[in-house]
Design a protein around this ligand. Structure first.
Ligand code: SAH
Ligand code: SF4
Ligand code: F3S
Length: 449
């Protein structure tokens, strides 16, 4: 069988798609382009209205392929699948499988049964009481990309119920994974050549605060993963400020391979809005965490998520967000207009911010962010660093091949080199020569390793 996966949403979805690819390839299935696929799998995101709407338009588009072959069918996984469930069967007759966050573990077998005509329609939407371990695929190439960067799940779900957020409904309650299973997977990946590991969860700082986790804290887990042979770079995402432990902050100064970057969603710069969002920290606490991180690791690069136009946000509240963005000096940020989601607390909060006003705030925020990003990148000129190469750059304009990679903080660095191939997954010593709008240019100063 030939399958095609389209992925929306966060890194957890990206990783889920990698695992599903590996599990299907282990069954002899083959990843294919859209025109050849017999099974279309959409791994969906529901965090805002826009990605949800995209799922419906994609399914409409995919329906065109049905004419080619009557056995062609579609499967919908991820957060919209969890949210809408069997509703997909009514609206889209070519959808034969829906699977949610925990249901994905059973998706490969269900797809096989449907492809063999043994099952007509399957819904895998139950939440499990414990972290749903998945089979370890025999063929791991989809989990071990050429770039030698891999993701590892350490938990599922979220208990925070921030007032705007649908994730606790789509991913279920927080369930930490057993630390031994995490470490075993990390060792397997390192054994297969992976040199950068990103630990994944909606709220990794609260790892082990539920019944899973076997008494190991997130800081303890970080220390164990960092000690695995071959792990040159360790990252984690996402972090909720309220749960970050002093030991995790200290780890940035102690663990050499823990990368000097942290994505720490702030969401808003006004205590009033943070309270309405139910984030359970205030600006003072957020700034204290930032100070702690910078004392532990002065070169740490901080990035964030921000929402504008949350119900009740005034111009003054919004200005406080601008203020905080400037004070912290985030290297970059993802910023979004508040979007009503079904069932979340903020749906009933008033007054709603006028959409045009929200759009204007977003633009002001992004203009400020671009200026700060530019300043941060300029400071990097002259710095000697190591870049983990990911592949050839999109723009090729010089006599040498231009390669794209990332420095330890995750900044994109383009480097001209005499090699046309074979550098993905290599670390290259580089001196930063120039700052662009969203990336850096550098020169190779040593041998790739
Ligand atoms: N677990 C992560 C966030 C996951 S969702 C955390 O707590 O940091 C990713 C981002 O989407 C959030 O940080 C938030 O900024 C944004 N987001 C979530 N729900 C939203 C909504 N209803 N409208 C607009 N943005 C939203
Ligand atoms: Fe959503 Fe808040 Fe949980 Fe993040 S911590 S996933 S924003 S509810
Ligand atoms: Fe989207 Fe679900 Fe991730 S809503 S952001 S795919 S957890």
């Amino acid at each position: 069988m030939k399958f095609h996966i389209t992925t929306f949403g966060c890194q957890m979805n990206v990783h889920d798609s990698q695992w599903l690819t590996a599990a299907l390839e282990s069954r002899g299935w083959e990843a294919a382009g859209e025109d050849d696929a017999q099974v279309y799998i959409l791994n969906t995101c529901s965090v805002r209205d826009k990605p949800e709407q995209k799922v419906y338009s994609e399914l409409g588009r995919v329906a065109a392929h049905l004419k080619r072959d009557e056995n062609v069918f579609a499967a919908v996984g991820g957060c919209v699948a969890q949210q809408v469930g069997e509703g997909f069967f009514d609206r889209f007759p070519h959808v034969k499988l829906v699977f949610g966050s925990d249901g994905i573990a059973g998706a490969p077998n269900a797809l096989e049964r449907i492809a063999r005509g043994r099952d007509d329609r399957v819904a895998l939407l139950d939440f499990m009481p414990k972290f749903a371990e998945r089979e370890q695929p025999e063929k791991v190439s989809a989990l071990v990309p050429e770039t030698r960067q891999a993701f590892v799940n350490i938990m599922q779900g979220c208990d925070n119920f921030c007032a705007y957020c649908i994730v606790p409904y789509t991913r279920g309650r927080q369930k930490s994974r057993h630390p031994e299973a995490i470490l075993e997977e990390c060792r397997m990946l390192a054994g297969n050549g992976v040199r950068e590991i990103t630990l994944l969860g909606q709220n990794v700082n609260s790892f082990g605060l539920d019944k899973g986790g076997a008494g190991v804290t997130f800081a303890g887990l970080l220390t164990s993963v960092a000690a695995i042979d071959g792990v040159d770079r360790l990252r984690f995402t996402t972090s909720h400020p309220k749960d970050i432990a002093p030991e995790v902050i200290a780890a940035f100064g102690e663990l050499e391979n823990l990368c000097p970057s942290l994505h720490l969603p702030m969401q808003a710069g006004s205590d009033k809005v943070l309270k309405a969002m139910r984030r359970r920290y205030d600006i003072e606490r957020y700034l204290a965490i930032v100070d702690g991180l910078r004392s532990a690791r002065p070169d740490i690069s901080l990035t964030t998520d921000l929402i504008v136009g949350f119900p009740g946000e005034t111009e003054e509240d919004f200005r406080q967000t601008l203020d905080m963005v400037e004070r912290v000096g985030f290297e970059s940020s993802f910023s979004f207009k508040y979007s009503d989601r079904p069932g979340v607390a903020a749906v009933n909060m008033e007054p709603k911010v006028d959409p045009e006003e929200a759009a204007e705030r977003l633009l002001r925020l992004q203009t400020l962010q671009n200026n700060i990003t530019r300043k941060c990148l300029k400071k990097m000129v002259g710095v000697q660093t190591d870049v983990l190469m990911e592949g050839l750059s999109r723009m090729q304009d010089g006599p040498l091949a231009s390669w794209k990679g990332r420095d330890p903080a995750g900044r994109i660095v383009n480097v001209p080199m005499e090699f046309e191939a074979g550098l993905a997954g290599m670390l290259v010593p580089v001196k930063i020569m120039e700052a662009k709008k969203h990336s850096l240019n550098g020169e190779r100063t040593g041998e790739p390793w």
